[in-house]
Design a protein around this ligand. Structure first.
Ligand SMILES: [Zn+2]
Length: 258
């Protein structure tokens, strides 16, 4: 049976394990220790490692995993990924060896310059692994890219099928939704999501994955083109915002100090 399992790491990272029987692919293993503990506990072994971007909390565990399991490492061509054997760029399509899964690669610069997202089908469901680009209820900080790039990246992800499951790299949802509610305080759908996700966290459950449909309905960073969201961003910035990119950039700056 195919399933996608979160392996919590550090304070709020999720390393994802795409399990099929006794093997699986490990996505963004920032720390090897919890991955090895998981594999030993479940009697599974990795068949591949997938990386979305070069930050240490996403790739730091790769060398220790490779020392024990010398599996292929798929990662962005334009970033330094430890042990990478398969360099990926937008438009590529690849099969994960040992797993019944094919992924399309999408270039999503902004958080980092060479960040990629992986879109495919697993367990009969469209799934997206988007690292620190699209978060549930929010988006990543712009460390290496421009607002233009990030807005284009997020827009490409927003155009994926609405039922796509969104697997991001961190459990940031509640903090993101607090900000989203400041932007759109009267949104009933956002209010309902906040109640649901709070209940999940109270029970210690992950709020990830969400879906593209839910993100489009409630994530302000996918909604910067809408008049009501642009108006809120302009009110906070204290000046008019000329276009969608300016609206997105103002939202991102607002969130940085929220
Ligand atoms: Zn990152």
């Amino acid at each position: 049976m195919a399933e996608i399992i979160p392996i919590p790491a550090f304070a709020d990272n999720y390393i994802w394990f795409l399990r099929n029987g006794n093997v699986g692919a490990v996505v963004d293993p920032g720390d090897a220790t919890p991955v090895i503990a998981f594999l030993e506990r479940t009697g599974t072994s990795p068949c591949a490692i997938l990386a979305t971007h070069h930050h240490g909390d996403h790739v730091g565990g790769i060398p220790a995993l490779l020392a024990r399991w010398p599996v292929p490492v798929f990662g962005p061509a334009r970033e330094k990924i430890p042990g990478r054997t398969q360099a990926l760029t937008g438009g590529d399509r690849f099969d994960v060896p040992g797993l019944d899964a094919t992924f399309d690669v999408i270039d999503v610069p902004g958080h980092t310059a060479g960040h990629i997202a992986l879109f495919g089908e697993f367990g009969g469901m469209p799934v997206l692994f988007c690292g620190d680009t699209l978060f549930t209820g929010g988006c990543g900080r712009l460390f290496e890219g421009t607002p233009e790039q990030m807005w284009a990246s997020l827009s490409a992800l927003a155009a994926l099928p609405p039922e796509t499951r969104v697997y991001c790299g961190h459990e940031y949802t509640l903090a993101n939704l607090r900000f989203a509610l400041a932007v759109e305080p009267t949104s009933a759908e956002l209010g309902a999501r906040n109640v649901r996700d709070k209940a999940k966290r109270d029970k210690g459950e992950p709020t990830v994955p969400s879906t593209i449909a839910l993100e489009r309905a409630t994530n302000p960073f996918l909604r910067a083109h809408l008049p009501e969201v642009r108006a809120a961003a302009a009110a906070h910035a204290g000046h008019a915002l000329a276009d969608d990119v300016a609206s997105f950039a103002a939202l991102r700056e607002w969130k940085n100090t929220f």
